[in-house]
Design a protein. Structure first.
Length: 202
C-alpha cells in the first residue's frame, strides 16, 4: 500500500487529500482499474466541493455577508488485511457551513486470491439466512436505542449493503441521515465473525 498527499490552502476552501494506492496484485488490469476508480472518486469529491465553495463565497460577497471557509478532507483506513483479504475504507469529509461536517464512506473489500471486489453476499455459504440473521441483529440494536435512530426507516439489508470487515466483525454501515439524524454521523452495526448462526467464508 502506497499513498500520496495533496494539500491546498485556498481562498474559499482548504483541501487535504490522502490518496491510497494498492499494489502487488498479479492482475495489473484489476490493480489499475481499482486504483483508477479510487482516484476518480476522490477527485470528483474534491472538485464538487471546491466548485461549491467558489459559488457560495461569490454569492455571499455579492450580497455583502460572510460565510466560513469550506473544508474538504479525504483519508483512508485499512480495516483488515490478511493473505487473502483487504478491507479498505475511503473516508470523505466536507464542511460547507452549518453546525457539522458531512461524512461519507466507500469501502473496498477485496478478495486477493481471486482479485475481485466482494459484495456482502459473497461472505456467506448460506445465501438464504444471512439477511434475516443480520436484520434481526440490527433491529434489536435499533429498538434498544429508538431515541437515537429512525427505527421505521430500516427495512432490510441487501446483498449490496455497505460494509467493512475488521479483526472480529462484519460491520454494516449506513449513510448519514439514512436511519439516524445527521448529528449521529455514520451509523455502524457490528456482526461478530464468530456468530454461530452464520456460516462465514472468510
Amino acid at each position: 500500500m502506497n499513498f500520496k498527499e495533496e494539500k491546498i490552502l485556498g481562498e474559499t476552501i482548504d483541501i487535504n487529500l490522502i490518496i491510497p494506492k494498492l499494489v502487488g496484485f498479479k492482475n495489473k488490469d484489476f490493480e489499475n482499474n481499482l486504483n483508477g476508480n479510487i482516484l476518480e472518486s476522490i477527485i470528483e469529491f474534491k472538485n464538487n466541493t471546491e466548485e461549491l465553495s467558489i459559488i457560495d463565497h461569490k454569492y455571499a460577497k455579492e450580497n455583502k455577508y460572510d460565510i466560513p471557509k469550506y473544508n474538504c478532507t479525504v483519508d483512508y483506513k485499512i480495516n483488515y488485511i490478511s493473505d487473502n483479504l483487504i478491507s479498505l475504507t475511503i473516508e470523505y469529509t466536507k464542511f460547507t457551513g452549518g453546525s457539522y461536517s458531512v461524512e461519507e464512506k466507500t469501502t473496498y473489500n477485496i478478495d486477493i486470491n481471486n482479485e475481485k471486489l466482494l459484495k456482502l453476499s459473497d461472505l456467506f455459504y448460506d445465501k438464504d439466512n444471512y439477511i434475516e440473521i443480520i436484520n434481526d441483529h440490527i433491529k434489536r440494536e435499533l429498538e434498544e436505542k429508538e431515541n437515537v435512530y429512525f427505527v421505521d426507516k430500516f427495512d432490510s439489508i441487501k446483498e449490496t449493503s455497505k460494509f467493512y470487515i475488521d479483526k472480529d466483525n462484519i460491520v454494516i454501515y449506513f449513510d448519514m441521515n439514512e436511519i439516524a439524524p445527521y448529528v449521529v454521523g455514520i451509523p455502524e452495526f457490528k456482526i461478530p465473525l464468530n456468530n454461530l448462526n452464520l456460516q462465514i467464508k472468510i
